[in-house]
Design a protein around this ligand. Structure first.
Ligand SMILES: [Zn+2]
Length: 196
């Protein structure tokens, strides 16, 4: 604890970042205050604006400033193809491959029975409604090859089983246990092209 309540408050606030403990938070705070005041201002404005203005797209649940995001409104996207991902970061990774022309549904997490994350927490109902209401040909599950990703994929497949839609998954090749956002683009593109 320093002798400045403001500094202590900053360090304490930085600790809300994932993987950041007391020491890293201290390092960041000292760095910002000592070497990069302009960066500190930029960061505070960007944080405030994002926290205030960013909501979730009503259709795909990704972050969006408008009620429905640009990608969902884009008439060039194939409305019959829906790719289900775990996070906006995974969605961004797939977009960067440039090889998917359909639309997305972002679960905002994955099932974790032990961690207390159930279907209602990751937008299952909204996904099922979309699958029911829209003329989808194919739902592609681009979920991580982790135990929780597998459980989520299984649950989605089961839930969609009665509907006239093909459910496919990214091909293996994406390393087991890996999060999509950290996999290189050509691997993702390959897994997408060889989905089953
Ligand atoms: Zn959207």
């Amino acid at each position: 604890v320093s002798n400045s309540p403001r500094l202590d408050a900053l360090i304490d606030a930085l600790r809300c970042l994932p993987g950041v403990g007391q020491r890293s938070a201290q390092r960041m705070a000292y760095h910002l205050l000592q070497h990069d005041r302009a960066g500190a201002h930029r960061l505070s404005l960007a944080l405030q604006a994002a926290a205030q203005d960013l909501g979730h797209c009503q259709r795909c649940h990704t972050f969006s400033q408008s009620p429905v995001c640009e990608l969902c409104l884009d008439p060039q996207r194939d409305a019959g193809l829906l790719c289900v991902v775990e996070t906006p970061a995974d969605q961004a990774a797939l977009e960067r491959t440039g090889s998917f022309r359909g639309r997305y549904f972002v679960l905002m997490g994955r099932l974790s029975p032990l961690g207390g994350t159930g279907p209602q927490d990751i937008g299952f109902e909204a996904l099922l409604n979309r699958a029911r209401d829209e003329e989808l040909r194919e739902v592609i599950l681009a979920l991580s090859f982790t135990a929780e990703g597998e459980a989520t994929a299984h649950a989605v497949s089961t839930a969609l089983a009665g509907l006239p839609v093909t459910v496919s998954r990214l091909a293996r090749g994406v390393p087991v246990g890996s999060e999509l956002e950290f996999v290189d683009l050509s691997t993702i593109a390959h897994a997408l092209a060889h989905r089953r």
